[in-house]
Design a protein around this ligand. Sequence first.
Ligand code: SF4
Ligand code: SF4
Ligand code: SF4
Length: 251
Amino acid sequence: MSARPKVAFFEFTSCEGCQLTVLDALQDHPELLDAIEIVQFREAMSERGQDYQIAFIEGSCSRPSDEAKLKEIRAQASIVIALGACAHLGGINAIRNRAPLAEVRAYVYGDKAEWFETYPARAISAVIPVDAVLPGCPIDRRELVRAVTHLLQGRLPYIPDQPLCIECKLKENVCVYQRGKVCLGPITLAGCDAICPTYGDGCEGCRGLIAHPNLESLRLVMAEHGVPEAEIEAKMTMFLTNQMEALQEAG
Ligand code: SF4
Ligand code: SF4
Ligand code: SF4
């Protein structure tokens, strides 16, 4: 890789909030722009450079035509990084996978449903190999800066596999279960500084599951706190639909 690697940003099905967070982070760390060369970033510039070594991809794969574009990016880039929960997990887009596709299409597009191609929303890793992930909805800007630093050092970004509760306890937060709220902290990957519990809300699992989540125990805790079964399912499938399905399939 050259001294100043060429970087491109792409989006698929997403709200572009993760790319906005990249711009935010670059405003705080303009020195990164001296270390990398951004050749394509639709949200920030008009140029469309096709010569890049690192691709950051935001958004889920949600239609057949996305696959060819993803494969094209993979063929060009030495390193592909999934940017945010949509690309990492399918994200909130994957909620729709839980209803029959025909119903979802009719609900969204009405009698124009046939005009728009779509299929179940998936993580980009379902289509192409991904070298690293920056989780979250949106991504954490400090993690992005660390990731770029690691890439410049010739390393892949690394996210420690530990549950959010560890960060939450280090911040000496009162557990939101003590306040009658629901939280996915015990099964969710840490790294966001436990921002939701710190501000009094339960974690929704936007950073995805830790490697070995104890789902049964968490379901029991929720049930003991009187959380209705429907709410448990809604929590577990807000960001985690595809991961839950994969766990079920794995038995
Ligand atoms: S992960 Fe969240 S913030 Fe990022 S693109 Fe998807 S919906 Fe938007
Ligand atoms: S609030 Fe959530 S993250 Fe914090 S300790 Fe309780 S369950 Fe864990
Ligand atoms: S606390 Fe949970 S939902 Fe909130 S940002 Fe962190 S991982 Fe996402």
